[in-house]
Ligand binder design. Structure first.
Ligand code: ADP
Length: 705
């Protein structure tokens, strides 16, 4: 503390001055004694007088009545007199501040009675100004022989030091006042670790009086479970660090109080000497936090309920739809006349449309809750593209439209991403292109692209020669539930969700989606996504394109390397699932819903297989006790025991070579499901509604022959 240093220096100076004064007094006394004993020469006397007169201290002598018998010019000056002679006969008390007079008088009396040879006292001078002038005064008893005849005094101005002391005291009082009135608790702990000071607020927090806490160990008031934190903080402070931690304090009545403690180490002469700690009561904040957590839980619960509701609804709708789609597919394979075929076709397109609407609504609700997560799996770009084209090709076949794609020679072949979601974007853009194009062609091009910072991307463009989009609608079509105009809905159908979802998916994949379009000429939908090549993927030296295609498939040439005509497209699905002959594979179908059972059984039959049925996991296990199965088609959601648990049980009961080939079937596939199913011990995975082709492919994996 700087002020303290200055004060100490000041005191030292004063002490030196006092010693100097003592020497002078001594000299006076000696001279007087001499002049009494011998005759002092006039020159001696004069020299001595000059010496006293020139002193900046106040020097005087009074008789036992208190009247001046000698005073140096400083006294004359202080009393407002002009000549030293005038001082004689004046009472010394005239010099003293009225408030200090009785105290000074007592002091002299005391010295006289106790015969104390030398004393020191401090008092205020009587002055006209309000600023007090303090004197520090040494007083000696003056003897004549053995008789005390008066007092000799030498005094000097100590106002500067007094002022400083007062200021310091005021500062201390101020600090004290703050500590006492602080809303927060404040404690000072000494080197011994015990309370040296606690403020009223701290005492109030704990329910003790300040006196009860002084000299106590802070650990006494710390919750036993939080002692470690306190001790850790104590050790940390010893290294000079300030500590802040939350802890529970124990109140007098045994209650616990949440508090935030900020402790600052104290240092005395370079050694750690306890700490000063500020304690903040966290009770209210804790309560508020709890309320906020509560509110958040509630909101989460509501939002969970909502998404659960949407998931349930879509599941509920999909289950009967599964029946419609499956049976329609089977119905289309039976001998039908032209009119019947037309009806079946209408049922099929309607149910497909309904399914895609349900999927969109589910996606949309996931997006608005930010629950849509993407998978990161190696994706073969060309394969996804072909799958997407396959999906829309039946619709292309009904129009005078050609569909083709071109993959730029340098475009990545395999990237890390979400196959399903990439396919979804492509199918959406292709469906729109087909929907809004009556004649001409649809071309998909795939190119290399880059972020500004050089990170690789892949750029897709779907170009059609359809009706086009008016300029003013271009921004709007990416918004949810938005279409160019209401009349398109009547003519073309749709919900206006597809582009909103696709654009969102692109953004999630690190890219963008935009459109270029001219009314009446056609539209090109562009999108980019991040294209990270999987680390374990070793690219083949050249893309598996014929030599010629490699050269011609450059972007600017735009030469299609695959063309699918309507007829070709129609022919393709027919070829896929020729029933071979009735197979002897033993298949168990685990499915609780009777319609879905019927669909799956019929598809299996169509493919040439027979199957037993189990309505839940327990029945599956029971069936396996009776006889072995080669394949189990396992629904995931089943009562009693679900598909996952059933698979675990099977794996626990049967050694690896003896387990059936398990194909999972589920309606609401989310990110990570596939991995989860496979990790449980399942071998394959198909999503509902189950299609003839999907079951055929899954079984083909099991029986490659
Ligand atoms: P939906 O097609 O289900 O209505 P989308 O979000 O996929 O919803 O499309 C929104 C609207 O954008 C469509 O209704 C249509 O008006 C317009 N649109 C989309 N693609 C095309 C296209 N290729 N050609 C012309 N208009 C299109």
């Amino acid at each position: 503390m700087d002020d303290l240093k200055i004060l100490k220096q000041q005191l030292k100076k004063e002490q030196a001055a006092r010693r100097e004064a003592e020497k002078r007094l001594h000299l006076i006394q000696k001279t007087q004694a001499q002049s009494e004993a011998t005759a002092v020469t006039h020159t001696d006397e004069t020299r001595f007088r000059r010496f006293l007169d020139s002193a900046s201290d106040i020097i005087y002598e009074i008789d036992l009545d208190g009247r001046f018998t000698y005073a140096n010019p400083m006294v004359v000056y202080r009393l407002g007199l002009t000549r030293p002679e005038e001082v004689l006969g004046h009472h010394y008390l005239n010099l003293v501040h009225p408030d200090d007079r009785s105290q000074v008088a007592d002091f002299y009396a005391q010295q006289y009675h106790t015969k104390t040879f030398s004393t020191y006292q401090e008092f205020r001078l009587a002055t006209a100004v309000s600023e007090p002038v303090w004197l520090g005064q040494n007083v000696w008893l003056a003897y004549q022989g053995d008789v005390i005849v008066g007092f000799q005094a030498i005094a000097r101005d100590i106002s500067k030091r007094k002022k400083m002391e007062n200021e310091l005291q005021a500062q201390r009082d101020f600090g004290q006042q703050i500590m006492a009135n602080l809303g927060q608790g404040l404690t000072v702990v000494g080197a011994d670790g015990l309370f040296e000071y606690v403020n009223p607020a701290y005492a109030r927090m704990l329910g003790y009086t300040e006196a009860e806490l002084l000299g106590q160990d802070p650990t006494t008031f710390t919750h036993p479970d939080d002692l470690d934190a306190l001790l850790a903080a104590r050790n940390q402070r010893k290294t000079g660090e300030t500590t802040t931690y939350e802890t529970r304090l124990v109140q007098k009545d045994g209650g616990a109080l949440y508090a935030l403690l900020t402790g600052v180490p104290r240092w005395v002469n370079g050694r750690s000497a306890g700490s000063v700690t500020v304690i903040t009561d966290l009770t209210e904040r804790k309560l508020m936090e709890q309320e906020i957590l509560h509110a958040r839980d509630h909101a989460l619960e509501l939002s969970n309920l909502k998404s659960q509701f949407v998931a349930n609804m879509s599941h509920e709708i999909r289950t009967p739809l599964n029946g419609v789609i499956g049976m329609t597919e089977l119905l289309a394979e039976t001998p039908l006349d032209e009119e019947q075929l037309e009806f079946v076709e209408i049922i099929r397109t309607s149910s497909d449309a309904l399914l895609s609407i349900i999927n969109n609504v589910l996606d949309f609700s996931k997006i608005s809750e930010d629950k849509l997560d993407l998978e990161m799996q190696p994706v073969n770009v060309r394969q996804v593209l072909e799958e997407a084209i396959d999906i829309v090709s039946p619709r292309v076949a009904r129009k005078n439209v050609e569909i083709a794609y071109v993959v730029a020679y340098e475009a990545p072949i395999v990237i890390l991403g979400d196959v399903g979601r990439l396919r979804q974007i492509l199918v959406n853009l292709l469906s729109n292109a087909v929907k809004f194009t009556e004649a001409g062609e649809i071309t998909i091009s795939v190119m290399n692209h880059q972020h500004q910072d050089g990170r690789p991307q892949i750029h897709f463009a779907v170009k059609d020669t359809g009706i086009g989009i008016p300029q003013e609608a271009v921004e709007r079509i990416f918004q949810s539930f938005s279409q160019v105009d209401a009349s398109t809905t009547r003519k073309y159908g749709g919900t206006g969700l597809g582009l909103a979802i696709s654009q969102h998916l692109c953004k999630k994949m690190g890219g963008q989606m935009w459109v270029e379009s001219h009314l009446g000429e056609g539209s090109t939908f562009h999108f980019t996504i991040d294209a990270v090549t999987p680390a374990e993927y070793v690219p083949v030296s050249l893309p598996e394109l014929p030599e010629l295609a490699q050269q011609t498939a450059l972007w600017d040439m735009m030469l299609p390397d695959t063309a699918v005509s309507g007829a070709e497209a129609l022919a393709a699905p027919g070829k896929q699932q020729e029933p071979s002959s009735t197979s002897s594979a033993r298949i168990l179908l685990a499915e609780d819903n009777p319609i879905n059972q019927q669909v799956a059984l019929s598809i299996l039959e169509h493919l040439g297989f027979q199957a037993d049925v189990a309505a839940n996991g327990l029945e599956v296990l029971a069936a396996l006790e009776r006889q072995p199965y080669d394949v189990i088609l396992m629904d995931i959601q089943m009562p009693e025991m679900d598909g996952l648990e059933t698979t675990r049980q099977i794996c626990a009961r049967l050694p690896e070579g003896k387990r059936p080939y398990i194909i999972a079937m589920t309606a609401n596939a989310v990110k990570g499901d596939r991995e989860r199913y496979l990790a449980t011990g399942m071998n394959h995975y198909i999503s509902k509604p189950v299609r003839i082709a999907a079951i055929a492919e899954a079984l083909a994996q099991f029986m490659p022959s």
